[in-house]
Ligand binder design. Structure first.
Ligand code: HEM
Length: 505
């Protein structure tokens, strides 16, 4: 009896699955989007079974060659549309309607909660409005000193390895600097991660990113129940590391709350309320804004605050780490570009290595600007982003049905030969000489859901990279990078360089 019921249910499910996929495939075909045939119920899941976050890039290339710049896969009964077409990007980024994130982001919920990255609708609108002024130029200007002080600790840490022959994987070292920076600027708390190379939060971020990115690909890990049954050890590690990260962010919030209350009782450093014209004299940490904000007259709850702190701590350090590390890797392997950068640094800042950098100096480092742009193009720290259509929409003239999971392949688009000449080569000058479609070059995304920390990130990158170049010559040592799409762009072989103390002539 049980077997008969089960077989009956399976038959019903298979028929429903067949009809549903046939209907959706027809809609996609009309929109010019095709993909491989899949198995009943499973779709194309088995095609992905042997992939990992490194081989995914090759797979994307293969699919693009077969199906063009837009293609689809079936992940069980869920279709995923993959895009690397700037015209389609433009349509999505310009839309006020396609702003929800796709299903894969739900895997981040236990860690980041419904913070700015994941939230949607009125909650996202209200939060984005609160945070936008905290990234105003006048506020960022006050962070330049912190960028500089923390990069000074970075060069001090690296000095002992700067013998011209030691291979240094720069990612974990820069990661601690970036953590110190985001904690001190946005959260107003010193965490001294650089003094503790085994900083557990940083290790937890790396492990959780790897696990979550793998869950996006692997059919058996995608849903909680099958994840716990088929990979219990990994599920346990994930839970443990998320708890560790939450403990850490709870401490950050507690420390800042205490400091804030103390400053109010002392009258020493009363935080200034945000105003539209941002007439701020003192430093206004992002977390202070959260602790003081109200939505509909009510203060934000502890869990509201925690989800935003988790989001900004993560988005605000791993991304810049990836950007700084890959750009240094490229500079180390292009001595002529490194020389031009150093000439510019000498011209703008002079020969005194210890002189603190100013906002004016940073703004004058124009060649560094395009070097960083080119670094972010070749190695975008956020290699893919996703959107979900909440209703039927027309995107780039194509009718896309509601509930379509869209994955935008930024890494692929940023190396598209139709948009960039010699796309795999590091040519910063292309940003002066080539006419580049602004929607083909979107490492920070674009439109209403673009990166809120873009200016912060660029200043931090300029400050850190220029500091490294003032103290060291970057050398092309160690294995080449092997990109991995672990939420953030990382490298399976490390991001290797060598260092030699810089001699000023
Ligand atoms: C080079 C460094 C960075 C890159 C390349 C980068 C890139 C991106 C991209 C592509 C998105 C869109 C994500 C999506 O649609 O899923 C994004 C969103 C976001 N980024 Fe960044 N980011 C960087 C640095 C930062 C920093 C330093 C912060 C914070 C201080 C930050 C905070 C955020 C937040 C909160 C969002 C979500 C915004 C929203 O949905 O309204 N990012 N970033």
């Amino acid at each position: 009896m049980f077997l008969e019921l089960f077989l009956g249910f399976l038959t019903f499910l298979s028929i429903w699955d067949f009809l549903y996929k046939r209907h959706r495939n027809k809609l996609f075909k009309n929109a010019g989007i095709t993909g491989p045939n899949g198995l009943p119920l499973f779709g194309n899941v088995l095609k992905l079974i042997n992939l990992n976050t490194e081989t995914l890039f090759e797979f994307n290339k293969l699919m693009r060659r077969k199906y063009g710049k837009m293609w689809r896969l079936w992940f069980f009964n869920q279709e995923r549309v993959f895009v690397q077409d700037p015209k389609f990007f433009e349509s999505i980024f310009s839309s006020q309607h396609v702003i929800s994130k796709n299903n894969s982001y739900s895997l981040l919920l236990p860690w980041l909660g419904d913070g700015l990255l994941l939230s949607t609708g009125s909650k996202w609108h209200a939060r984005r409005k609160i945070f936008t002024p905290t990234f105003h130029f006048k506020i960022l200007e006050q962070f330049v000193e912190i960028f500089d002080q923390n990069s000074a600790i970075l060069v001090k840490t690296l000095y002992e390895k700067a013998d011209g022959k030691t291979v240094i994987d720069i990612f974990p070292v820069v990661c601690l600097t970036a953590l110190d920076i985001i904690a001190e600027t946005a959260m107003g708390v010193k965490i001294n991660a650089q003094i503790n190379p085994d900083f557990p939060y940083a290790k937890a971020v790396t492990e959780v990113s790897q696990i979550v990115a793998t869950r996006v690909i692997k059919g058996n890990q995608r849903y909680d129940i099958s994840f716990m049954i088929t990979a219990p050890h990994i599920a346990y590690r994930l839970k443990k590391q998320i708890a560790l990260m939450h403990d850490f962010t709870d401490t950050v919030i507690k420390d800042r709350r205490v400091a804030l209350e103390k400053s109010i009782t002392d009258g020493s450093n009363i935080p200034i309320k945000m105003s539209d014209d941002v007439g701020v004299k003192k430093r206004m940490a992002f977390l202070d804004v959260l602790l003081q904000s109200t939505v509909d007259g009510k203060p934000l709850s502890n869990s509201d605050i925690r989800e935003e702190v988790d989001t900004f701590m993560f988005e605000g350090h791993d991304t810049t780490t990836s950007g700084i590390s890959h750009t240094c890797y490229l500079i180390a392997r292009h001595p002529e570009i490194q020389q031009k950068l150093f000439d510019e640094i000498q011209e703008v800042i002079g020969d005194d290595k210890n002189k603190a950098i100013t906002m004016k100096d940073l703004q004058e480092l124009k060649y560094l600007d395009i070097v960083i742009k080119e670094g972010l193009r070749l190695y975008p720290p956020v290699p893919v982003i996703g959107r979900m259509t909440d209703s039927d929409v027309v995107i780039d003239g194509k009718w896309i049905p509601a509930n379509t999971n869209i994955t935008m392949l930024l890494y692929a688009a940023l190396r598209d030969p139709d948009c960039f000449s010699n796309p795999d080569q590091f040519i910063p000058e292309r940003f002066l000489n080539e006419k580049i479609d602004p929607f083909a070059n979107v490492p920070f995304s674009a439109g209403p859901r673009n990166c809120i920390g873009q200016k912060f990130a660029l200043l931090e990158m300029k400050s850190t990279i220029s500091k490294l170049l003032r103290y060291f010559e970057l050398l092309p040592l160690g294995e080449e990078v092997r990109p991995m799409q672990n939420l953030i762009l990382r490298s399976a072989s490390g991001i290797n360089i060598g260092l030699r103390p810089r001699v000023y002539s």
